[in-house]
Design a protein around this ligand. Structure first.
Ligand SMILES: Cc1cc2nc3c(=O)[nH]c(=O)nc-3n(C[C@H](O)[C@H](O)[C@H](O)COP(=O)(O)OP(=O)(O)OC[C@H]3O[C@@H](n4cnc5c(N)ncnc54)[C@H](O)[C@@H]3O)c2cc1C
Length: 397
């Protein structure tokens, strides 16, 4: 039996592998379904990587190579897809060699996120060639393919700007960025940069209602304040609307937080089955790679502790719930002898009000707050404040 198997060779999984090797583990296995390790950054050939964790400003593929180099000492197996989790650290995998089972004392789930493609977004119209997600587009661009010349970009998250930058590298000129909300989702001045640096008009309060074209995309119909108009284009890139890649966890019976969409964890990154840990973007839709890498490293430190000395029993953890405009908070369970307790969350929508932390019915922290749904909210619960308490609520009202 292995000590640790890590699922996913992205920033979280590779950073975890590095820390576990540094802790003296010699049998760490990393499984990756893609042909190469590195995760999402491998496909993002633009600057913006390594800033938080490596203090470098690199392109994605360079950053991915460095993470792989730093994980030396761990065995990385590619073209292996994990298809099921069984209690106690038995995982089912499939590869070119067929199905197999791998047993480990501990499994770390670091499977990242995926974008919402056209289907679940319920956009009407025809089904022509040239409709894609940012991830698929970036893979094509990386392989030297040019799927379109003048697409529209749907969405205005940070990743939407990554799509614009990838397009520009490939000589593709997006004709518009379309955002249903009144303002862009990424921080300002993203819209000004899109307009004035990349020459892409940003259409806010505008909804994509139809895709037209027979073999290829020929145009889209958008709606702004009840009025519809046609935009000529030859492609549609659906960006963002991320969900954690937690399908296997969900179908295998691990507890999933309906707010984050990822596995519910305690403050040691332990899932509802204590043989499974989770870290990185699988915990919630998307943070910067440096945040995912740091979580992978912290989860690995907890795993090393679990293997060496054992961790406090998961029983008796205090459940954390959210209310008001809060969408989710993690960790969802707190073991109080481990302090300080750091929690992270996000609001469901733009909100101005007060953030309150309640232990049972007593307010233990309160502050005014102005948040956007894409901004991470960090909270610390002071040492001792949860002694003898049974429940924590995070309220945004
Ligand atoms: C288009 C785009 C641009 C971005 N640009 C930036 C940027 O400029 N700077 C920045 O800091 N961050 C950026 N981000 C965010 C960054 O990509 C993530 O924070 C980071 O990759 C998260 O790391 P992770 O290890 O959690 O997940 P990932 O990088 O997604 O890695 C997860 C890995 O798990 C594998 N996997 C999933 N399921 C299975 C399975 N069942 N079996 C085996 N393997 C599996 C996947 O193939 C993948 O390789 C961007 C994100 C996107 C989508």
């Amino acid at each position: 039996m292995r000590s640790v198997t890590i699922i996913g060779a992205g920033p979280a999984g590779l950073s975890a592998a590095r820390v576990l090797v540094a802790n003296g583990l010699r049998d760490v296995l990393v499984l990756e379904r893609n042909p190469e390790p590195g995760g999402l950054p491998r496909f993002c050939d633009h600057l913006g990587w390594g800033v938080l964790d490596l203090h470098r400003l690199w392109r994605g593929p360079r950053y991915a190579r460095e993470l792989v180099r730093r994980a030396a000492g761990a065995e990385i197996r590619t073209n292996v897809t994990v298809t099921g989790f069984e209690p106690g650290g038995r995982i089912r995998v499939t590869s070119l060699d067929g199905p197999a089972v791998i047993e480990s004392q501990i499994v770390l789930i670091a499977t990242g996120i995926r974008e919402t493609p056209r289907g679940p977004r319920l956009v009407s119209g025809t089904r022509p060639w040239g409709v894609t997600t940012t991830g698929a587009f970036q893979e094509m661009a990386q392989a030297g393919q040019v799927p379109f010349r003048k697409p529209v970009i749907i969405g205005s998250e940070l990743v939407s700007f990554s799509a614009i930058m990838t397009a520009r590298h490939a000589g593709i000129r997006p004709v518009a960025m379309v955002e249903a909300n009144a303002r862009i989702t990424a921080r300002r001045p993203g819209d000004l940069i899109a307009r004035h640096v990349f020459g892409v008009p940003v259409l806010t309060a505008t909804r994509l209602v139809e895709i037209r074209g027979l073999d290829r995309v020929e145009s889209v119909i958008v709606e702004h304040e009840g009025a519809r108009r046609e935009i000529a284009c030859d492609g549609v890139v659906f960006t963002g609307a991320f969900v954690p890649e937690a399908f296997v966890a969900k179908t295998s019976g691990l507890a999933i937080d309906p707010g984050s969409g990822g596995p519910a964890i305690d403050n040691f990154y332990r899932c509802s089955d204590p043989s499974y840990f989770a870290a990185g973007n699988v915990l919630r839709p998307v943070e910067h790679s440096g945040v995912a890498a740091a979580e992978g490293a912290r989860a690995a430190a907890a795993i090393a502790m679990a293997l060496r000395d054992g961790l406090p029993s998961p029983g008796g953890a205090i459940a954390v719930s959210v209310g008001g405009a809060m969408r989710y908070v993690y960790p969802q369970r707190l073991i109080v002898e481990h302090l300080p307790l750091r929690l992270f969350g996000r609001a469901a929508a733009a909100h101005q009000g007060r953030l309150r932390i309640l232990a049972d019915d007593a307010v233990i922290a309160s502050r005014p707050i102005s948040v956007l749904p894409e901004r991470r909210i960090a909270m610390t619960i002071p040492a001792g404040d949860l002694a003898g308490r049974h429940a924590v609520s995070i309220l945004l009202d």
